[in-house]
Design a protein around this ligand. Structure first.
Ligand SMILES: [Zn+2]
Length: 51
C-alpha cells in the first residue's frame, strides 16, 4: 500500500485503512478548513474596486 499523494509506503495499519499517510491526511484537513475559492473571490472584488 502506497500513499497516493506523496508516493511513500504506508507503514501503520491506520494509514493503510485510510489509504493515505498521516502527514497528507493533516494537509487534506487543512485544505477543507480553508477553501481557496473564498480567497480568490475576495481578491477579485478588490481588483474591481481598484478599477
Ligand atoms: Zn502521503
Amino acid at each position: 500500500m502506497i500513499c497516493p499523494i506523496c508516493n511513500r509506503p504506508l507503514k501503520s495499519k491506520k494509514s493503510i485503512e485510510r489509504g493515505i499517510g498521516p502527514v497528507c491526511a493533516k494537509k487534506e484537513q487543512e485544505r477543507e478548513n480553508e477553501p481557496p475559492e473564498g480567497q480568490l473571490s475576495f481578491t477579485e472584488e478588490t481588483v474591481l474596486v481598484i478599477k
